[in-house]
Each structure stands twice: as structure tokens, then as C-alpha cells.
Design a protein around this ligand. Structure first.
Ligand code: UD1
Length: 420
């Protein structure tokens, strides 16, 4: 199995390009099911999750040509509506095929994704929304079977909790429903905006894009014809590299980034004492050798993202005072705490709140990645730890970070991928 060996203590410098957003590419790929015509997606990140979802399209009968950052997809040949356990168990986001398959074919079977390292992660809100659109849902043998033989019917859907994936599934389902769907308390993440813009590029009316109330005029089971789509920059990847600049007190530049999408991270790093030069699609961070402690609470966009919580915790270990980090979205998203403590951090947990006390130095050790973002927090900590850190189980990182070790090495980090 591969692992990363990182020798800490090197300052970083230089510039890297940010890749396309995994979390935007996934719903965009799922949305191609709504079309029976060819389209090309560009700026896809070169990560395992994208390959997994493209493989699922192939298993459903779609035609996919994929080369690095570009995929040409034609789902005109799609002839299966069953998303099997083998794929869904590898990646929870496979649940995003539920809405588009059901809307286009009037039925589908999707394996239940189950829990994951960061919590239970139920899909009840996705299923309730499909029922509100007229589907019948049955759960049997580990699969969700959804049927709507006469198509979905536009409806008013009120989410009692904000859900990114639930909103995405509902948008896609609504696009081929009969009549108007209004989604109340929709998620507002940039990834939702990209999905809405892609749907609107097919000519159907989507109102309220980027707001918490989205209104969609469905086509009544008529497949869509999309424009080719370029995936937006990955705001979590960008935030992670800003944290790399902050924790190593370095000056690094990120190109091909949308700086509006990373405002929450920029604000917190500014509060910690870093400064920035922000241009149209690039940003330079200037570190600070005396980082202030940070206080943050994870919440929905445009608030502070849960997907940046672990990385900020790594940076906070180097601050001059005690930081307080509260996780509000996922009940179990602190698996990185014990691993950071193995590197010499002093982090205390009480319920959903972590207190990060300052330490003079982190020390290299063997650590284990537990989920995608937790893994990147361990890499960040390793960049400043004295000696060597081996980060194992990096298949988590490979799911979502495009060429992490190559990008960090190009900035001067001592990092290599080894096999055991
Ligand atoms: C997406 C992101 C993930 C990010 C998360 C929150 C993708 C592929 N993944 O995940 O990286 O951390 O948004 O920003 O885009 N919930 C329910 N019932 C449901 C659905 C969700 O109770 O049916 C709960 C979840 O357990 C969680 C909260 O709602 O506590 C938010 O989850 P959600 O926004 O749905 O996250 P994902 O779409 O799974």
C-alpha cells in the first residue's frame, strides 16, 4: 500500500495551479444522465472519486472517454438504472445518480451508501424529496428502489436541514419533472451554483441560483441538451494550500482559483496574522512566524466549511495561544485529533468542540489517514514536524487531491510517495 513520507521543516515557495473542484465535478457528471446527447467536461480533477463516478456511468451503459482533466460523455446509450454496491460503497457521492436516473427513466435502484468515518451521513432528506416529487421509495436488500412510472411531478420541497447532496439530487430530479419545483432552504455552495448553471445552459428556466430558494421548470421527462462545461476551481484544495503557506510561514501563490469562494478561509487566516495579495484568479499568501489562535465554527456556505476544519486544526497547533474549533455539520469529524496528537499536538475534545493548545514543536511519527480532509491535515502538520512523518492509508487523499505530493514538492516540500 502507498504511503507518504514527509520530512518537515522546509519553507515553501513558488506557485501552483488549483485543480477543478471534485465536489462540483461529481454532481455535474451525475447530471449528464439527464441528457441523451454528447457533452464534454473540462478541468476535471485527476482524482479517484471522479474515475469512480465515470466508471459507474459506464456500468449504466453510458459512453465515456476520459483523459486526465477532460471527459466526453454520451448517455444516449444508457440502458441500466442500477447503481451497485461495489461502486456506491467506494464513494458515498454515488447517491447523486438517484435523482437523475429516476427522473429520466422513471425508476432506479441505488445501493445505500452506509456510514463513513465522519459520521452516520443518512440520505433521508434525499429520499423525502424524491417522495415529494411523486416517487415511491422502497428499501430492500441494502438498496433504495425508487419508482415513478409516469414521471416525477414538480412540487414544493422544504428541507428542514440544509443538505448539499440532497439539494443537488432534487435539482437534477426537478429538471425532468412535469411542472415547477420550488426548493426551500436549498444549499448555496458554489458547487450548487455550477450545477444550476449547467442545467440552465440546457435552456430550461432555473430561478434563484445561489439563493436558498431555487425554482426549476421541468421538461416532463424530455432529456436535456447541455453546453460543454468547465468545472470551477476547487475551493477546498485552494484552502488547503493556503493552510500549507500559513503553517510553514511561507509565501506561495495559487493560480486558477476563485478567491470569492475561499473568503471564509482567507478571513480566518488573516485573523491569524497572514496577509494576502488577491488578484482576479490568483492569490498569494504571506505567512507569519507568530500565528494568532483562531476561533471557528463550521457551517454551511458562505460560512466556514467543514471540509476545511481539519486543516485549520493543524495550522492552529502552531499558534501562540489556545484555539477553539467547533464542528456543527458532522458528529464524528474529529478523527484527525488523535493522529495530530501523535505528532505532538495538544488538542482536547469535548463533544463537538476542540481546544487546540499551543506547542513549541511537532515531531514526526507514523500516522494514519482516516478520511479525505483529515489526511490533508496530517500532511500539513508533517510539513512542520521535526523529522520524518509517514502518512499511511493515503487512498483517502487520492480520492480528492489531484497530485498532492507533486504540487507540494514543486513548492519545495520534502515529500515522496512510497510503497510497502
Ligand atoms: C457534501 C460534500 C462534503 C461536505 C458536505 C458539507 C460532496 C461530494 N460532498 O457532502 O465534502 O463536507 O457537503 O458541506 O459534495 N444529512 C441528513 N440527511 C440527509 C442528508 C444530509 O441528515 O439526507 C445531514 C448530514 O449527516 C450532515 C448535514 O446534513 O450532518 C450536511 O450534509 P450534506 O450537506 O448533505 O453533505 P453531503 O452532500 O453528503
Amino acid at each position: 500500500m502507498d504511503y507518504l513520507k514527509i520530512t518537515g521543516g522546509t519553507k515553501l515557495s513558488g506557485a501552483i495551479d488549483i485543480s477543478g473542484a471534485k465536489n462540483s465535478a461529481l454532481p455535474v457528471i451525475a447530471a449528464t444522465i439527464l441528457s441523451d446527447q454528447e457533452l464534454t467536461l473540462t478541468n476535471l480533477p485527476n482524482v479517484v472519486d471522479i474515475r469512480t463516478l465515470l466508471k459507474l456511468l459506464g456500468m449504466l451503459g453510458g459512453t465515456v472517454e476520459h483523459n486526465g482533466t477532460v471527459a466526453t460523455i454520451n448517455n444516449g446509450s444508457m440502458n441500466s438504472t442500477k447503481a451497485v454496491y461495489e461502486i456506491v460503497s467506494q464513494m458515498r457521492a454515488s447517491i447523486l445518480v438517484l435523482g437523475p436516473l429516476l427522473a429520466r427513466f422513471g425508476e432506479c435502484e441505488v445501493s445505500l451508501p452506509g456510514g463513513c468515518a465522519i459520521g452516520q451521513r443518512p440520505i433521508d432528506l434525499h429520499l423525502k424529496a424524491m417522495e415529494a416529487l411523486g416517487a415511491t421509495i422502497e428499501i430492500k436488500g441494502g438498496y433504495v428502489r425508487a419508482t415513478a412510472p409516469n414521471g416525477l411531478q414538480g412540487s414544493k420541497i422544504v428541507f428542514d436541514k440544509i443538505t448539499v447532496g440532497g439539494t443537488e439530487n432534487t435539482i437534477m430530479a426537478a429538471a425532468l419533472a412535469y411542472g415547477t419545483t420550488t426548493i426551500i432552504n436549498a444549499a448555496k455552495e458554489p458547487e450548487i451554483v455550477q450545477l444550476c448553471e449547467m442545467i440552465a445552459s440546457s435552456g430550461i428556466e432555473v430561478k434563484g441560483i445561489g439563493s436558498s430558494e431555487i425554482i426549476i421548470e421541468g421538461t416532463g421527462q424530455k432529456p436535456l441538451k447541455f453546453q460543454d462545461t468547465e468545472i470551477i476551481p476547487d475551493r477546498i484544495e485552494a484552502g488547503t494550500y493556503l493552510c500549507a503557506g500559513a503553517i510553514t510561514n511561507s509565501e506561495i501563490t495559487l493560480n486558477r482559483v476563485n478567491t470569492t469562494h475561499i473568503e471564509a478561509s482567507i478571513n480566518k487566516l488573516e485573523g491569524m496574522g497572514c496577509s494576502f495579495d488577491i488578484q482576479d484568479d490568483s492569490i498569494t499568501i504571506y505567512g507569519n512566524n507568530r500565528l494568532n489562535p483562531v476561533s471557528l465554527i463550521t457551517t454551511e456556505y458562505p460560512g466556514f466549511p467543514t471540509d476545511m476544519q481539519a486543516q485549520f486544526m493543524a495550522v492552529a497547533t502552531m499558534a501562540i495561544g489556545e484555539s477553539v474549533i467547533e464542528e456543527r455539520l458532522f458528529e464524528n469529524r474529529f478523527m484527525h485529533v488523535s493522529e495530530l496528537n501523535r505528532l505532538g499536538a495538544d488538542i482536547w475534545l469535548k463533544g463537538s468542540v476542540a481546544a487546540v493548545r499551543p506547542v513549541a514543536q511537532l515531531y514526526g511519527a507514523d500516522v494514519m489517514a482516516t478520511d479525505l480532509r483529515a489526511s490533508s491535515a496530517l500532511v500539513l502538520a508533517a510539513l512542520v514536524a521535526k523529522g520524518d512523518t509517514n502518512v499511511r492509508r493515503i487512498y483517502h487523499l487520492d480520492r480528492g487531491y489531484d497530485n498532492l505530493e507533486g504540487k507540494l514538492a514543486s513548492l519545495g516540500a520534502k515529500i515522496e510517495r512510497l510503497s510497502e
